[in-house]
Write a protein that binds this ligand. Structure first.
Ligand code: ZN
Length: 147
């Protein structure tokens, strides 16, 4: 299994590596998604307990779908060139009753950006809406990371 290692140089000059396993998120034909650990790692900025716990559970358990016709249609760039990283079908989901699926556009985002965008989409599966705040990355739908 791939591992994600952080190098930390100690005072003695020795370098220690902290490695955690990279667990793949559950997905259908997605190639550019964060690991479960990266998704959970970017979720700690969420200030609402119920929402953050929901997002973390979703990082581990929700399905990221890349392969259906609806995803492909919504992932086409808009006339102004804007693209979405992913989207969630709106319904009655809440932080105690999340929707179990994210539609994902599989864009070639930088790894850090990809994880933030996934946390944003997972927040939608937990009933969060654009502008609701609570520390969710990309609060107004405009992600601060470059594509
Ligand atoms: Zn959004």
């Amino acid at each position: 299994m791939a591992r994600w290692c952080i190098a930390a140089a100690g005072l003695s000059g020795a370098t220690a590596f902290t490695c955690i396993p990279l667990t793949p998120m559950r997905s259908t034909s997605c190639e550019r998604i964060p690991s479960v650990e990266q998704c959970v790692g970017k979720s700690w900025v969420i200030t609402d307990d119920c929402l953050r716990k929901c997002v973390q559970a979703q990082c581990k358990g929700a399905t990221v779908a890349c392969d259906d016709f609806y995803t492909e249609a919504k992932c086409v760039p808009k006339k102004n060139g804007d693209r979405v990283a992913g989207f969630v079908i709106k319904g009655s989901q809440s932080c105690t009753s999340p929707r179990n699926e994210v539609k994902w556009c599989d864009l070639p985002l930088a790894s850090d950006c990809r994880a933030r965008a996934m946390v944003h989409e997972m927040a939608h599966t937990c009933g969060w809406h654009e502008g609701d705040g609570h520390g969710v990355p990309g609060n107004f739908g405009v992600d601060e990371c470059s594509f």
